[in-house]
Write a protein that binds this ligand. Sequence first.
Ligand code: PMP
Length: 399
Amino acid sequence: MDSQVKPVFAPNSIYLDYAATTAVDRRVLDAMYGIMAQGHTGNAHARHHVYGAAAHRSVEAARQQVAEAIGADPSEIFFTSGATEANNLAIKGIAAHLKAEGRMHLVTSAVEHASVLEPLHELEAQGFELTVLAVKPCGMIEADMIERAIRFDTGLVCVQAVNNEVGVIQPIEEIAVMLKGRGILFQCDAAQALGKKNFNVSPCADDSSLGPDFVSLSSHKVYGPQGIGALYVRAEKKHVLTAVNRGGGQESGLRSGTLPTALCVGFGKACSLLEDDIRHIRSLRWAFLNRLSWLNPTVYGHSHVDWNVPGILNIRFEGIETETLIMALPDLAFGVGAACSSGGAKLSHVVRATTGSEQAARESMRISFGRFTTHQEILRAADLLVEAVEEIREVQGVA
Ligand code: PMP
């Protein structure tokens, strides 16, 4: 696609790590260039002069684009540095409110991102009680599994919209319906849902008041720049949130710090370009899995096509450790565990939670593709993988 800027440093490699991050779309880059290279040096918070006023207008237009992408009002969008910060703000920012209400019980799933689990454990250390629910073998958590865990003092439920490692789609609408009228706050990490499936903050067609109260978003998963994201806060729930970052009182006091105008503009532009890539990505998935089928890999999370985003495949070739595949496949840039767990050596808690097996986590690889992946690339990737697996099996004597 010509909306991609091609990397020059790795001409032979095939990028299969879209769930970790995506290349910036050329059109996004152009929009950002317009801000950064054309004298727009204003601080969006210095609206009294022409530079600041221009930056402010650009940021507000971007806020509108982000809001539109998820069916929100612009006043409900608060820019952050990414989904990690958004998750931290939502979870830590409601601790004081929950304490005051005497709602000291929190519920989440075992397959959440570390930027949800870690802040929840931090609250646990402060006296909250945390229930981390096991998931079904496909990675899914169902509304009734959460309902059984809820108590009179439950204050918060955190469930992601799409899992970043196995691609499973969680039933956000059913959870929202189940939580109705219980006075429990609902936080949803939608970093991997935006652009991969329709995501609306009010998923119930017949009741727009239902849906997550807080939603975390990340720009670099949707062909926008790294270092920017947003927290959606449902208008009626804004009062329960307290700032974590304090300072100049930007973003209505919820997130102090000068907004990066060009990054906001890039994120907004990326949100306006969430055209339907799904059909393209679905056909890539079938092509890839067809080529691999006779090798008989285990594909995690993919028990039903409607329960998964098509661009994330978590695959295991039993008996072959991921490390071996990394060495055998220098031209394939695929994922291992969660990209955000720095150091890379950490075993995937998601594959462990879905399979109950350490060995499965040691042998799993994440293949994720997107807007710029071509059929030619996906078929070459599959061929390289088939070749590598056959060779390794031959050496292991199991061919
Ligand atoms: N949540 C999920 C589900 C993710 O996949 C990621 C990124 N791997 C994050 C949160 C963190 O996002 P960011 O990089 O924008 O902080």
